[in-house]
Design a protein around this ligand. Structure first.
Ligand SMILES: NC(=O)c1ccc[n+]([C@@H]2O[C@H](COP(=O)([O-])OP(=O)(O)OC[C@H]3O[C@@H](n4cnc5c(N)ncnc54)[C@H](OP(=O)(O)O)[C@@H]3O)[C@@H](O)[C@H]2O)c1
Length: 229
């Protein structure tokens, strides 16, 4: 199947974060393919996007089919299901595909708290996924610090910096997605290994959201970056 250069597939786009990204990218005019383990759940999520963004180019299909249809595939499932989900779509991950890692290895995955992370052998969720994808597929880390609640509120800006890490060419392509969402700014986060730091920041943000009673989710902003970067 030929991939649509502009399309963005969101696996697990039926959940809070994936649906938020689907709404925003659809609003920006990009074709969006929502993936799910159950195609009917993906179709229902696509209908939700259409209700909010009537001219959206959006459809809902199974995760493997969604992967086949896009060059950019965002993995939006909880950390503990990331490896198994990627193993389930390996055959559809054609060379040239960019897999975006957004999950955070929160200790909640093993019944501990969401304000702490687990140690991952490879260093981070993103680096773990990089060991699982076929040759020619690049993993880029992004969007971990963006609040699902803010993404879903289309009438408001999201106001958050997105630290994007990975190899130069795929990293720049994912950085290019950030300005499609009002308020998001892409920050060049260098090599994929820096995903370790970015993933840890989400655990900190979750704690801050609890202490400051901000269920809508805090964002992060770096100061002093040169204009236009
Ligand atoms: N929520 C936030 O504010 C936020 C912020 C930043 C980053 N993130 C990250 O974004 C990702 C998605 O977060 P979320 O809050 O949207 O998660 P979620 O709602 O708990 O789950 C997202 C989707 O994952 C799929 N899923 C659930 N169990 C699964 C399993 N056993 N195997 C495969 N897929 C499974 C489900 O899709 P189907 O049932 O349709 O297959 C579900 O709708 C996570 O990695 C999270 O760390 C979230």
């Amino acid at each position: 199947m030929t991939k649509n250069h502009e399309a963005i597939a969101i696996l697990g786009g039926t959940g809070d974060q994936g649906l938020g990204l689907a709404l925003r990218f659809a609003q920006a005019g990009r074709p969006v393919v929502i993936g799910s383990r159950k195609p009917e759940r993906a179709e229902a999520a696509a209908k939700e996007v259409l209700a909010a963004v009537p001219d959206a180019d959006v459809r809902g299909v199974g995760n493997p089919e969604a992967t086949e249809q896009a060059e950019i595939v965002i993995l939006s499932v909880p950390f503990e299901h990331s490896a198994s989900t990627v193993k389930g779509i390996r055959e559809q991950l054609a060379p040239g595909t960019i897999l975006v890692s957004m999950a955070v290895p929160l200790a909640a995955a093993i019944g501990d708290g969401a304000m702490r992370t687990l140690g991952i052998w490879q260093g981070s969720c993103a680096e773990m996924l990089a060991t699982l994808v076929p040759e020619g597929v690049e993993v880029v880390s992004a969007f971990q610090n963006v609040s699902a609640h803010r993404l879903q509120h289309l009438q408001e800006e999201v106001e958050c910096d997105v630290i994007v890490s990975g190899k130069k060419a795929p990293r720049e392509r994912i950085m290019g997605l950030c300005p499609l969402i009002p308020g998001l700014r892409a920050v060049n986060g260098g090599p994929l290994a820096n995903a370790r730091i970015v993933e840890e920041m989400t655990a900190l943000l979750i704690g801050l959201n609890i202490r400051y009673k901000t269920p809508e989710g805090l964002g992060i902003r770096l100061t002093g970056l040169p204009e236009g970067d």
